[in-house]
Structures are given as C-alpha cells and as structure tokens.
Design a protein around this ligand. Structure first.
Ligand SMILES: [Zn+2]
Length: 359
C-alpha cells in the first residue's frame, strides 16, 4: 500500500534517479543502479560497492535484477561505463526473490575467470529456497497455490486458472542459481573496500533476508525489509500454509531501531531516504490499522482472506497483485488468529473464514 505519510521522510537526492545503464553515487564508494521490472512495481534498485578482494580492485554487486534481455543489456552498459574498467568481484544477494537473485548466475559466470570465481554471497536459507524454486513450483503458482487460494476464498475460476497455469513463474525469471555460494549470517561482518558492513538478518518477507549496514558510512542497504513508499510484502504462501510471518517481520523492523535515525537507507524499491525510525513507526502503524480493519470486518460475519481484499487494499488489483494481496491478507488473519483475537470457522463450502473473538 502506498505510504500516505511519505512526506515525513527525507529524500536527499530529491527526484534524481540513476538512468538506464547509468549509476549515481549515494555515499563514498556506493553507487545506485535502477533496473526495470515488468510488474506494477516497475523497478528495482541495485547497488555497486567499490571493493578490493585478494588484492584485486573491483566491485561488489548487491542484488541482480530478473533474468531477461533488457536487464542483461542494462548490465552490459553498466560494465562498460560505470565500473572504471574494473571487474565485478562478488555478488551479494539480499534474498531469493526473482528481482534480487534472477541474474546472479549470469553475473557470477560472466565475471569468473580461470584464476578466480566470482562468488554469490547469500543466506543459506535463501540459497536453498532459490535453488529449489528455480527447479520446481513453489509458492508462486501451480495447482497447490491455486488450491491454497481457493481454501482462502479466491473463487474466480479465471484467476485460479491463471494461478494454476503459472507454474514456471519463478523459473522464468530465475532459470538458474549458482551451484556454489558463500553463506551470509546475522551479525557477520563483511570487509568491502576497506569498510565493515554488518549483516542483519530479517524475517517475514523472505526465508532469511540479509540487510547490510555500514556504521562508518551511516548507510543501510535495507533490501525489501524497509521501503519508503510501499509496505513490504509479508505473505503466507502454499508451501508453508500455517506460517505466521507478520510478527516475524514486525520484530525484524523493530530491531532496526538500534541503528541511528540519520542512517541513509538504500531500499530495493523507491528512492534513497533518511528517516529510518519514522518509517519503522509508519509501518507498525500501518499493520496495526490493518489488524483493526480485519477485526472490525470479522466481527459481524466470518470473513475469508478473499473477502478482506477490498477492505485491506481498496483498489483494483491485477492477478500478480491479487496473489500477493491474498498472501498478505492471510498473513494478517494468521497473526490475529495465533494471538487469539480471531477464530477460524471452516465452512461447508470448503472456504476458511475467520470470526473476531470478543474479549
Ligand atoms: Zn523481496
């Protein structure tokens, strides 16, 4: 959902964005790239960090873009004009979603030499999840996803058919994931270009998302955990149907309050901003308000996740957005049900509905 209080955040670069094939320096040795995405969310930000590895000057890339010709062409222009003639030394990926890990395989292969492998650095959980998803149907489409959405009240046959047909959704954007990786973990410190970047694990959005913080630069590469304009997608998906990701997400962002308020936040979508604590507060308020909406809606009549889409989203959604919205609606229902504030009422029609428990 679009942030109604975006004006409380500060954008130090105003409306300036890196153009296609170009980069913009946002801190010393840190460059911002922006690549197009073929969704309603139409871009992703990637980062170039000036680095030295094994005495070799070059760059660390953070996140990759999806696998398609346009993104590869964009990268080729970056290689030609933005790297000062230096190589990519390693590829850090914040998490396993297609727009982040899609081209990791291509980048690592493109920049490996007989002397030195350009390595993927990612959390172990997300490496495994990405490897599996690129080889099978998980969470993003296929029969199991369609059944899961139907259980939660999505009964439009055309929409369900599209979900069923979308079994290669992930692998179309992530055809391959590197066979070898270096494991990122919470608290791990990376030396990048002589500076320390600390890994901060976050949960609820991806299996084990890694954000990177440089205390010296006062910069946080927040990935998808904190975005200035839209709220992070926190979804229950069919492969983990009883999951309760919203409390995990809320705990993860609350922990980021330990970082200074004047931290420069580099998000994966939207613009580089200051106002980390303000944004965390806005996101907490946003979810509290959605919890209140759900409890109010489920008081008189038991509601399914699909019933709640107009309450929670209040706008027209395309199929891609509907599947994300369903996952998010279920996440809100689960959080409230696990907290004892809603009770599930399985109905004769096979749809799971929830009713508010009055305390
Ligand atoms: Zn993501």
């Amino acid at each position: 959902m679009t942030n109604p209080q975006e004006s409380a955040l500060f954008y130090p670069f105003g409306d300036t964005l890196p153009g296609p094939g170009a980069s913009l320096e946002v801190a010393q040795g840190v460059r911002w790239l922006r690549m197009a995405l073929p969704f309603a969310l139409d871009h992703i930000n990637l980062w170039l960090l000036r680095d030295v590895q094994d005495g070799l000057q070059g760059w660390t890339v953070v996140d990759c873009g999806i696998s398609n010709d346009a993104t590869r062409a964009n990268w080729e222009r970056i290689f030609e004009h933005e790297l000062q003639g230096l190589p990519v030394l390693r590829v850090v990926v914040t998490h396993m979603h297609p727009d982040h890990v899609g081209l990791a395989h291509w980048l690592c292969e493109r920049w490996s030499t007989p002397q030195r492998e350009c390595r993927l650095w990612i959390s172990g959980t997300d490496w495994n999840a990405a490897r599996m998803a690129s080889q099978s149907t998980t969470g993003f489409g296929g029969d199991s996803a369609a059944r899961f959405f139907a259980l939660h009240g999505l009964n439009d046959p055309a929409a369900l058919e599209k979900v069923r047909a979308r079994s290669n959704y992930y692998s179309s954007m992530v055809p391959q994931v590197p066979q070898r990786f270096r494991r990122l973990m919470d608290g791990m410190e990376l030396a990048i270009g002589g500076r320390t970047w600390r890994c901060i694990a976050g949960y609820g959005h991806a299996p084990e998302h890694i954000a990177l913080h440089s205390p010296e630069l006062g910069v946080l590469i927040s990935g998808d955990m904190v975005l200035p304009r839209i709220s992070t997608n926190v979804s229950v998906i069919d492969i983990e149907p009883e999951a309760d990701p919203l409390p995990l997400y809320l705990r993860s962002i609350a922990a980021l309050r330990a970082l200074p308020e004047d931290t420069l936040v580099l998000p994966s979508h939207g613009k580089t901003f200051r106002g980390l604590h303000v944004r965390i507060g806005q996101l907490e308020d946003h979810h509290e308000a959605r919890f209140a909406d759900v409890l109010a809606s489920c008081r008189d009549h038991a509601q399914s996740a699909a019933d709640l889409l107009p309450v929670l989203f209040r706008r027209q959604l395309d199929l891609h957005q509907t599947t994300f919205a369903m996952g998010e609606a279920i996440a809100h229902l689960h959080a409230l049900a696990y907290a004892g504030r809603l009770r599930a009422e399985p109905a004769g029609d096979g749809v799971l509905r929830y009713r508010t428990v009055d305390s």
